[in-house]
Every structure is written in C-alpha cells, then in structure tokens.
Write a protein that binds this ligand. Structure first.
Ligand code: TXA
Ligand code: MG
Length: 319
C-alpha cells in the first residue's frame, strides 16, 4: 500500500487502535520498540509479509522476527528448548530475540521464517508496541524499519526519511531507549548460540546459559544483521585511526569529535545514540563534502560489543 506520505499516529488510544486496524487490513505500519522502530505487518498474512520485503528491498532469504505479548502466545508457535524458559522469565519483555523450533499448526506465513524450521520470537517492552500487539491480538512480523543495508531507525523521523513513501503509517513512540537491535540467541538442550550481539549484553546472559557459542561471523548468511555490509551510512565509515582534515568524527567519552556518542563514556547511552548519530554524521558529511565518517575506539564490553558489531558492518566494503 505505498503512498506519498504516511499517517503519523500519536501514541494514544486512537493511534493504537488505528495501527491495529491497519495491521488487520494487511497494511505496513512502523511501530516503536525499545530497541529500534519495526516495520510491522500481520505475520499470518502472506501478502502483508511480502510487502515488508518489497518495502525494505530486502533479500528474500532473510527471515523476520515475530513480536508477541505473552509466553502463552510463544508456546502456541514454538518449542522452548534448553534454557529458553529461564531466558524468557529473566529478560522478556525486553531486547532479547530467541530462535526456536516451530510447532505444527503455527499459522505463520512461511515467508516469515523464510522456509526454515525455526522462528525468531521476541516480546518487546515498549508500552506502545505492547498496546498495539494487544489490540491486534496476533503475531506481528517486524524487521527494523529501514531500507535493507541502511542505518536502523530509532525515531519516527528516521522511519519517514527511509520508508515514508512505502508505509501506511508510523506510530510515534519517541526515541528508542535501547537504540540497538535485540540480542539474538538460539537456545538448545546442548548449548546456546549467540547469533547477534544486541541490546541485552552477553554478561547478563551467560549466568543462565553457560558460555555462549558465538556464531555472528559477518558474511555468513544464515544469521542476523549478518550481511557483512549493513547499517551503512551513505558516506564511508572508518573505525579508530587518525582523522584527516574534513572527516566527520564521532567521539566517545573524553575523546571528542563533531558528535559524541556519550561524553560520560557510558556504553548504554552510546547505544541509545548510535543510529541517530550515524544519521546526523551522514547529513553533516554531505553538507561538508567530507570523504569519511570516523568513529573513535569504543571499549568492547557490555553494550560496547553490539555497538562495535554494528560499526564493523557499517564500515565493511559495500557489495
Ligand atoms: O530489535 C530488534 O530485533 C528489531 C525490532 C524491530 O524488534 N528487529 C530486527 O529485525 O532487528 P531484523 O529483521 O532487522 O533482524 C532480524 C534478524 C535477521 O537478521 C534474521 O536473519 C534473524 O533475525 N533471524 C530471524 N529468524 C531467524 C531464524 N529462524 N534463524 C536465524 N536467524 C533468524
Ligand atoms: Mg535490521
């Protein structure tokens, strides 16, 4: 249902009801979550799900995350092997996605899981997203609300900038609090794989799962944000090194720049600012004719790992 400009829905009862009605009608609606904005559609409607791929310009082999509001709904779709139940109890609702074996009769469009026998599921925490899910009453497929390979959207304005002509509406739930996508785990009876670093730091997970098997290799395509070039601004991005005259510099902590992800050196604040500052740096680079956006070194612990993962992909050679 592409149109010239999307409806901007206010986060109130009427806005939530309208978003749910549009989902029911098979339309695309961008919805706020605590991680990033999602490009949402009815996960049981083949045509609606196909529109997601069309709008994002996304390669078809990439499966989508299904968003729900309760563990009972998850159990109707999928099995919960190994530590899955403990992880759900500890971290849902929140920035955790679990890849789980699909159950027979799940009712999802096969496009959602791209024909795999597993499905990625998440219970988001953002109250507006939860309200829409409750009003809609079914599973909602939602990848991040950006065009394929581009910077993820953490505000309604980013969504409109990237996808404005391709969606029916966006529900404005303010700036995303976490700012990087969910952490993706594949729990099993024999060990838990980490498929994507994200908003839930590894240090909080391993007490429940034991050591994670890290499976986030860029360039390998089963997985998430897995394309080696991803999250990319239009201007080439480099990590660390020495800035040349004219480069747009994104700083961290005491190492300043044109922008600073967190003057206090707090990785949580830096994650929340990351995508908005990549958008801003891109605008600045274009205005200035800069050849390069340079990001200073970020410590590789806690959410710093998810930030560095996104930066490595943003800096990777473009296909
Ligand atoms: O925070 C988030 O996770 C956001 C918000 C909107 O919830 N969503 C998001 O979706 O980041 P997306 O589509 O951009 O990333 C989902 C990733 C994809 O890279 C996909 O490869 C992986 O999850 N994925 C989905 N289903 C999978 C499966 N069955 N097995 C392995 N990976 C899967
Ligand atoms: Mg994405």
């Amino acid at each position: 249902m592409p149109q010239d400009s999307p409806q901007i829905l206010v986060n109130d009862a009427a806005g939530v009801a309208r978003a749910a009605a549009l989902l029911r009608a098979g339309a695309l609606v961008a919805l706020p979550t605590e991680t990033v904005y999602g490009l949402a559609a009815d996960a049981r409607n083949d045509r609606a799900v196909a529109r997601i791929f069309e709008a994002k310009g996304r390669p078809r082999f990439n499966p989508l995350i299904v968003h729900l509001t309760s563990l009972a709904e998850v159990e109707a779709l999928a099995d919960l092997p190994g530590p899955a139940r403990d992880l759900a109890a500890a971290f849902w609702p929140g920035p955790l996605t679990m890849v789980l074996p699909l159950r027979a009769g799940h009712g999802l469009s096969p496009l959602v899981s791209a024909g795999l026998s597993t499905v990625a599921v998440r219970l988001p925490r953002h109250p507006a997203m939860r309200a829409v899910l409750a009003a809609f009453g079914g599973p909602v497929a939602a990848p991040s609300a950006n065009r394929s390979g581009k910077i993820s959207a953490t505000t309604a304005a980013h969504v409109i900038e990237g996808l404005g002509d391709r969606i029916a509406a966006v529900l404005d739930g303010g700036a995303a609090a976490v700012g990087v996508e969910s952490t993706i785990l594949a729990p099993s009876d024999t060990g838990t794989r980490l498929l994507r670093e994200g908003g839930l730091p590894r240090e909080m997970i391993e007490p429940l799962t034991g050591p994670l098997l890290v499976d986030t290799t860029p360039g390998r395509v089963e997985a998430p944000g897995q394309l080696s070039s991803h999250y990319a601004p239009a201007t080439p991005l480099r990590m660390g090194g020495t800035a040349a005259a004219g480069d747009v510099v994104i700083g961290f902590g005491s190492v300043g720049g044109d922008l600073n992800l967190s003057p206090a050196g707090d990785p949580v604040e830096a994650a929340a600012n990351l995508f908005a500052m990549l958008h801003e740096a891109d605008t600045l680079a274009r205005a200035r004719g800069a050849a390069c956006i340079r990001v200073v070194d970020i410590p590789d612990t806690g959410l710093g790992r998810a930030i560095n993962d996104r930066l490595r992909r943003a800096a990777a050679p473009r296909p």
